[in-house]
Design a protein around this ligand. Structure first.
Ligand SMILES: [Fe+2]
Length: 415
């Protein structure tokens, strides 16, 4: 059976200097922020800005003697205009710390603004890998959903209105200085958002655990953001998968269960730590152009693709899917590796179904007439394509899309 060989035994972690996890820990914000200076810029979205939790965090900064300005217009899928608006009229060097509070786009906005306020120019100047010339303004992230992992990643995804594509600043200089992860902030997260963000985090864990190890040279480690599956990302994935398996169903049935919310948020943090050096793969490469069709939330898009991506990848990483079965508690020790791997994949299908995330593509508005366009754009996401264990060609993406539209999970390709 096939396995993915990390022949170097490589391990790499890029991470915030401080990660603080636990219920109520958002009350530490003022102390941490004051450590960077006296001038804070908080970026968030309109809904979050009206909540009592936001007000108390804002007041905490003021109590610490800081001058605080707020940009509360962050939008989903972070349009470039958001970065222009948040930085308009602000002088380089005029802010000591940027606090991103909210979902992935709020935290990514904090990262993009950090670069502009430190180095000037347009956000488009920094798209790509390691294009930021030096440290940005220190960033504190406070996530309010258990999903994207953006609180710890060195990645800011921005929708570029010029190229009409999602682009990324991928650079260790935008790693947050402090991530404060407080599960209490997810207690009021509505069921649809909980489901979509959990499906996203689960997809990150699977795509990172089955990402291609790249066995990079030292030069490649220094110049490429994604160095492949490695022993440190495996460690985070293992813990994240165990917690998702344990608590994902509970979060949906009992949204106010703090222990379950904590597990899912910790799993999402683990997933963020893993994708920060492995990157994501086929599900994310295909979801991006697919999103333009049904305007599906990111998490539901990648979640709906995942059952078909896992089956396509199975012949290339049978051992890893068997290990996933073990982590998800469905590996029959008497069964052979292939059967264990299939059981692991079916358990992931089940977790997606339990959380209410779609597991086929028809309900997302995808039809045969879209296949050519989706496949042509998906293969352009080169960094993600290279991470996928199975070769990702336009032809096999179209086959995968057809299976997804037909809700056909009966196929088990084997090497
Ligand atoms: Fe994602």
């Amino acid at each position: 059976m096939t396995t993915l060989e990390n022949t170097l035994g490589l391990g790499l972690v890029r991470q915030p200097k401080t990660v603080l996890f636990g219920p109520g820990q958002r009350r530490q914000l003022g102390r941490y922020a004051r450590g960077f200076g006296t001038r804070a810029l908080v970026v968030t979205d309109e809904r979050m800005a009206t909540t009592p939790e936001f007000k108390s965090m804002h007041d905490d900064l003021v109590t610490q003697g800081m001058s605080v300005s707020v940009f509360d217009q962050a939008l989903p899928d972070l349009p470039r205009q958001n970065v222009l608006d948040a930085t308009a009229g602000r002088a380089t060097g005029g802010i000591d710390v940027i606090v991103g509070i909210g979902g992935g786009s709020c935290m990514d906005l904090a990262k993009a603004v950090s670069v502009i306020l430190a180095h000037g120019g347009d956000v488009r100047d920094y798209f790509g890998e390691f294009a930021v010339p030096g440290p940005g303004v220190p960033i504190i992230t406070i996530p309010t959903t258990g999903g994207t992992g953006a609180e710890v990643t060195s990645l800011a995804i921005v929708y570029d209105d010029v190229s009409q594509m999602k682009m990324a600043i991928a650079d260790a200089h935008i790693a947050p200085a402090v991530a404060i992860i407080d599960p209490e902030l997810t207690l009021t997260c509505p069921p649809g958002l909980t489901a979509a963000t959990a499906a996203d985090a689960l997809s990150h864990l699977i795509e990172a655990y089955t990402a291609r190890p790249k066995n990079p040279t030292p030069d490649q480690v220094a110049t490429q953001i994604y160095v492949g599956k490695n022993r440190i990302t495996d460690m985070f994935c293992a813990q994240g998968l165990r917690l998702m398996n344990q608590s994902l169903g509970t979060v949906v049935r009992e949204p106010s269960n703090l222990a379950a919310r904590s597990d899912v948020m910790f799993a999402a943090y683990c997933a963020g730590m893993a994708i920060n050096t492995t990157g994501t793969a086929a599900a994310h490469a295909i979801q991006s152009p697919m999103a333009a069709i049904g305007h599906t939330p990111h998490g539901f898009g990648v979640g709906a693709l995942l059952p078909y991506v896992m089956r396509m990848n199975l012949p290339h990483c049978t051992a890893e899917f068997a290990e996933i079965a073990g982590l998800l508690g469905v590996a029959d020790p008497g069964a052979d590796q292939l059967d264990q791997a299939k059981a692991g994949i079916e358990r992931v299908d089940e977790l997606l179904e339990n959380v209410g995330s779609p597991t086929e593509l028809k309900s997302l508005g995808v039809a045969e007439e879209h296949f050519d366009q989706i496949a042509a754009l998906a293969v352009k996401a080169t960094r993600l394509v290279l991470n996928n264990p199975a070769p990702l060609t336009e032809a096999n993406i179209k086959t995968l899309l057809a299976r997804g539209v037909a809700n056909d999970r009966s196929w088990w390709p084997v090497a």
